[in-house]
Design a protein around this ligand. Structure first.
Ligand code: DOR
Length: 437
């Protein structure tokens, strides 16, 4: 079945054009295209077309915590958020440290059929940071990114070995940069909030910026020596951006992501101790937010990744110290990026395509995503309404969990339609491809 999109502006630039999708490709672009008899026609007037978004960092919670998200519901959230490919983090139960688990995740993603779900493999067995997982076997099965996200690979020798293997296997190591000796590593009494005046006033144990920066600096040096590609997860401090700038200048193959929430929210959100704002790494200060936005605009930070982290009510509606860190992100990412980067003049829509689609696809080595909107390219794309606004309600999001920090906020821009290989997956807030049971 073909799809004709009429009067849409590619990257929000130039004159409106029609776009014919067929055989999973962009078949024709131009004025007044004629739709084949059976074509589905989408009115694209006022909309902007971008390549489908790619999320390098999402927690889909299956297997193990299907009470908070499944691969089917997470895929629906991704499609509704404009994503055509996502990477599902390895901190599931069981951990994705074997091909059995990664293939299970991949298979469930294919079955849901709404977004390409790529499993991330664990770097260490059980995420315990003691012994490497079978990186070669996992890589041979098609795993491209390895991460212990949620935990840092703190042992420098183990991290060095992981990078050496990654270099030989041509895969990416994505580090959750957190020196556990400086944060308490998630243990009782450990850090709860950014170390600064707000945490001091609230009596919350502080999480120093140096806990992140020390690991990023160390890992850049280890990646340099191993000739490996390193990816830094959820950058949260101005200092990390400076370290990345220096490492890139020195020719080290390092890439980095920033989350929408670290571009938007600061630690003053913690004043009422609402655990919905508890996240790892923590929300930081205005000065960090300004530096992260500037670094993303300049390409020092390569891309936006959601760190979509669904949590059950009992793990969030509790005492701050007992609550789990993390927040939903897939369906709000575009709006938060629009608010923080587009409305501020730091990025235009072509820039949004770069940080939400092209760079993450290139970092992950996905040949069919993040491609230019040109004839002959795969029809993986998103149509957005740049002038729309909407009010976020956690209960209305597709995720099973509802832990959004944007509850009740009115945010700009909306995903109207998402297309995966020429098939509409989401349209006006509805999933349009049947999710298999
Ligand atoms: O806030 C977070 N939540 N940060 C992480 O690194 C892990 C994630 C989770 O799995 O909940």
């Amino acid at each position: 079945m073909s799809v004709l999109i009429t009067g849409v502006r590619l990257y929000g630039e130039g004159e409106p054009t029609d776009m014919l999708l067929d055989d999973g490709e962009i078949k024709q672009l131009g004025g007044s295209l004629v739709a084949p008899e059976d074509a589905e026609v989408i009115d694209g007037v006022g909309l902007v077309a971008l390549p489908g978004f790619v999320d390098l960092h999402t927690h889909l919670r299956e297997p193990g915590r299907e009470d908070t998200e499944t691969i089917a519901t997470g895929s629906a959230a991704a499609a509704l958020g404009g994503y055509t490919a996502v990477f599902a983090m390895a901190n599931t139960d069981p951990v994705a440290d074997t091909v059995v688990v990664t293939e299970h995740v991949r298979g469930l993603g294919a079955r849901a059929g709404l977004v390409d779900v790529h499993p991330v493999g664990a770097i260490t067995l059980g995420l315990r940071g003691e012994q490497l997982a079978e990186l070669g076997t996992l890589a041979a099965s098609g795993v491209r990114i390895f991460s212990d996200d949620g935990h840092c690979v703190a042992d420098p020798l183990l991290m060095r070995r992981a990078l050496e293997y990654a270099s030989a296997l041509d895969v990416l190591v994505a580090q959750h940069a957190e020196e556990p000796r400086l944060t308490g590593g998630g243990q009782p009494g450990g850090a709860q909030a950014h170390e600064g005046p707000t945490a001091a006033r609230l009596g919350l144990a502080g999480w120093p910026r140096a806990a992140e920066e020390a690991i990023v600096a160390r890992d850049c040096l280890l990646a340099r020596d191993a000739g490996a590609r390193l990816h830094v997860c959820h950058v949260s401090t101005a200092g990390t951006a400076e370290i990345l700038r220096g490492a890139k200048r020195a020719g080290i193959h390092v890439s980095a992501e920033v989350t929408p929430h670290h571009l938007f929210l600061d630690d003053s959100r913690l004043v009422d101790y609402d655990p919905v704002n508890k996240v790892n790494p923590p929300l930081r200060e205005h000065s960090d937010i300004a530096a992260l936005r500037a670094a993303l605009a300049a390409g020092v930070i390569d891309c936006v990744a959601t760190d979509h982290a669904p949590h059950a009510p009992q793990d969030k509606d509790c005492e701050f110290a007992a609550a789990r860190p993390g927040m939903l992100g897939l369906q709000t990412a575009l709006s938060v990026v629009t608010e923080t980067m587009v409305r501020t003049g730091l990025l235009d829509w072509r820039g949004v395509a770069r940080v939400m689609s092209e760079r993450p696809a290139a970092i992950a080595g996905l040949p069919d995503h993040g491609r230019p909107l040109e004839v002959g390219e795969p029809a993986n794309l998103v149509l957005i309404d740049p002038d729309a606004s909407w009010t976020v309600r956690g209960a209305e999001l597709a995720s099973i969990a509802a832990n959004t920090p944007y509850e009740g906020m009115t945010l700009p821009a909306r995903v109207v339609t998402t297309v995966l290989r020429g098939r509409i997956t989401a349209h006006h807030g509805q999933i349009t491809r049947t999710v298999h049971d």
